[in-house]
Ligand binder design. Structure first.
Ligand code: SF4
Length: 436
């Protein structure tokens, strides 16, 4: 069989959206100028099958606002690929859910970004939380397996354990989490972003939820910027399974994944900034040639060789996991510092810095231009752990802000109690060298 590299594509089929999220990386709302026609979209489906894509996730904006979206979904299935969808779930009726099932949509992930008030605030539409949960009910009624996805930031993180109970009770059996990063609209709201030093108290909370979720039949799935190599790596990446080989193994943009924008721009991952990571447009050249011949789709091919770490700088360059990790999530590091290779959102890094008596904060330096998938630049501040925290920062996250369900602990647990409740798994150090 011919060598095939990518197997999973995330396809923004329109940038039109019925929500107005203050953390939206693509600044969705209006359709893009010159989105692909139906004929062009169906041709792209054929090309995806030809290059070896096995699963396509339709996203937006809001994918179902595109009139021909179920025709595209059906064509994906007919071409032998699995069609899935990620949605804000605002306005999916029972009838639409039935038509989605008929079109062959295999699974749906609905975005839930906090309890009702927080979700509605972040999503910019009153009633969007209720609508999202109605959508979950409709999906359940028609028999489409569904999960949820949640962005963790300073607004949603304190509610995470209680949100888990809502997601579980709604019947979701998979729940993907990701940290909000400063891209698009989120870059205009830096106050909502978690500070790197806050990860030290965030991860024990995530781990406690993951442990309970695993026992209760919900699979907590870490997104690409969750991790890395801290004491909970296997618990989080193992999705509840005890497997020595489940740990972060570096950015897979262009190695396993593709991102497609609604006007035909092709990237190695859907989240990557458009300007720096577009390999080409499907209107100008074939998908095969973009994947095989453009640097934007090939920058990760050096993984496991000395070239694979040449882009690292700052803390990541000095890190013991550098060869395997390659600086974590490219998207995350790039949108903070306008270049990849130094990732401030790393649990291992936050723990090492804390051990040294240090903490890291990021503060905006330049503003983004206001385009889809854009970003500004942040300054990294390293300071003593006991330095005064900026007084104007009222959203600081810490263990004291976490809203625990009443029956999980007796009273409000200390961070030490939480860490004890969710014991660390062994670190991945022993297997790192054999995995490269
Ligand atoms: S410090 Fe950088 S290279 Fe090391 S584990 Fe964290 S993200 Fe990866």
């Amino acid at each position: 069989m011919a060598y095939r590299r990518v197997s999973y594509a995330v396809w923004e089929i329109t940038l039109k959206c019925n929500l107005a999220c203050s953390h939206c990386g693509s600044r969705a709302g209006q359709a893009r100028h010159q989105e692909l026609s139906t004929e062009e979209a169906l041709d792209l489906v054929r090309q995806m099958a030809d290059v070896g894509i096995r699963e396509v996730t339709l996203i937006g904006g809001e994918a179902f606002l595109r009139a021909d979206w179920l025709q595209i979904a059906e064509a994906i299935g007919q071409a032998g690929m699995r069609c899935t969808m990620t949605t804000g779930g605002f306005g999916i009726s029972l009838d639409l859910a039935q038509r989605m099932r008929q079109a062959g949509i295999a699974t749906v992930s609905v975005s839930i970004d906090g309890l009702a008030a927080t979700h509605d605030r972040l999503r910019g539409r009153p009633g969007s939380w209720d609508s999202a949960f109605r959508t979950l009910g409709h999906l359940q009624a028609v028999g489409i397996p569904f999960g949820c996805n949640t962005q963790l930031n300073r607004l949603s993180a304190p509610e995470f354990p209680r949100l888990y109970q809502c997601v579980r009770d709604a019947g979701a059996r998979a729940w993907q989490i990701q940290l909000t990063v400063p891209m698009g609209n989120a870059a205009d709201h830096a106050e909502m972003l978690l500070q790197p030093s806050e990860l030290v108290e965030l991860y024990p909370m995530i781990a406690e939820v993951a442990r309970r979720a695993s026992v209760e039949g919900v699979q907590l799935q870490p997104g690409n910027n969750i991790g890395y190599y801290g004491p909970y790596e296997r618990l989080l990446r193992g999705r509840g399974e005890a497997d020595d080989w489940v740990f972060w193994q570096g950015c897979a943009a262009g190695l396993a994944t593709l991102g497609i924008e609604a006007d035909g721009a092709i990237k190695g991952c859907p989240s990557l900034p458009t300007a720096a990571y577009t390999g080409g447009n499907i209107r100008d050249r074939t998908l095969h040639s973009i994947i095989e011949e453009t640097e934007a789709l090939r920058f990760n091919l050096g993984a496991g060789t000395p070239e694979g770490t040449q882009h690292l700088w700052g803390f990541c360059k000095t890190c013991e996991y550098a060869e395997l990790c390659r600086g974590g999530c490219t998207w995350t590091s790039h949108v903070f510092f306008n270049r990849r290779g130094n990732n401030p959102y790393c649990h291992h890094r936050a723990l090492v810095q804390a051990e040294r008596g240090l903490r890291e904060r990021v503060v905006p330096k330049t503003n983004p231009p206001g385009l889809p998938f854009d970003h500004g630049e942040f300054q990294l501040i390293e300071e003593p752990l006991d330095a005064p925290w900026p007084q104007a920062d009222g959203l600081r996250f810490g263990g004291d802000r976490i809203q625990w369900p009443e029956d999980w602990f007796s009273g409000t647990p200390s961070m030490a109690e939480i860490v004890t409740a969710t014991p660390a798994t062994t670190t991945t150090t022993a297997t790192v060298t054999t995995a490269v």
